[in-house]
Structures are given as structure tokens and as C-alpha cells.
Design a protein around this ligand. Sequence first.
Ligand code: ZN
Length: 212
Amino acid sequence: MDLSEIISAVQKALGVEVDGTAGPETWNAIYDRICRRKAGPRRKTAEAESAPVREGARNRVDDRSEKAITTLLPQAQPYARALVKKAAQHGITIKVIAGLRTYEDQNELFAQGRTKPGRIVTNARGGYSNHNFGIAFDVGVFEGPNYLDESPKYKAVGALGMDLGLEWGGNWKTFVDEPHFQLRPKWAGDMKESVMLAELRTRKDSGNGAYA
Ligand SMILES: [Zn+2]
């Protein structure tokens, strides 16, 4: 089963227009469904209904991307895979090159360009990046085997990601981060980023997942 068949199956189950193209409606519906299943009482049909989602989760992309994607929370993984596939459909090769970072990893990265050599790549200390909660990932654009640090293609990928329902770092004002995507938890609504991160830290401290 390829991705478009999976999407069609999900769309059919949802009763939305079946066109095999994953738009925000389809992906948000998948997301809602996963969250509802976790939050609410288990319904008798949940097993059958979630089959296309699990099928999608198994629909692997390239090995390098998979290595990063599998560090993400299960809810975010299908979005990352979908973005890789969607970009490929548009003739753009991307790989997911970063996923989850521990607070320690984040502090190391924060030191870069400040107390350690290199250029500044983040304004976030440990606990202040969505990467610390398994809901954010970075992509790299490739041409053949070559990784492109800068390319207009990042903007195109940004548009594709937003179409999937992801937030794109290219829209950020204080630190434009075109390779960055994140899946905002539903409870966060249009909460300020700093408020959302505070809640994410609280959840992590109390052992609750970002999407719980
Ligand atoms: Zn990032």
C-alpha cells in the first residue's frame, strides 16, 4: 500500500472527499483520531479504524530520515514521513536530519556560537525548544548526495509542511528557521510559544506526553 492509497483509505473512513492527497483536513483528522483514542475511552471500532494510521507509520522513507523520525512521538512521525514524500512528489529531495534532542543536547547546541566555536544555530536552551519534546524536526534539502545549507527549495518545503498542518520555522520572526517543522499539540490552540513550552516542560516533568 503506497501513501496515496493509505490516505485514500483514511479519507474514506473519515467520510471526507477521497482524492488521495493529504491536505490539512485529512492529517488533522488523523491527528484528532489518535489523540481521541489516547484521551477517551477505547471504542470497539478503534482497532480497525486506526489500521490505516499504523500502516502509514510503517510506510518508511529513507534510512537517514527514519533514524531521526523514530525519535519523534508517534503522533508526529506520520507528518514527517508525509513531508518527505510530498516534497519528493514535487521533485524536491529532503531528509529529516534532526528530531528529538535531550535538554543536555539542547544546551550543547545553545553553547555553539556563544561559549563554543561555530555559528549560533538556536536561541533555545534545554527545555525551551520543541525538539526537546519529540514534536519538532529539521529537514535538509539535497541535490544528489549534496546537502544544501541554503536553497530557495526550503521555502517550497515550508509551504508543503504548512499544507500538512505543520508549523514552519520559516514564519518565525525572532529566529527564522527554514529547516524546522513542528506539530503543535491540540491543547495548545493559539497559545503563545513560550506558554506552550512551559506546559510542555510541566508535562515532561510529570511524565505526560506532549499530546496526552
Ligand atoms: Zn528545529
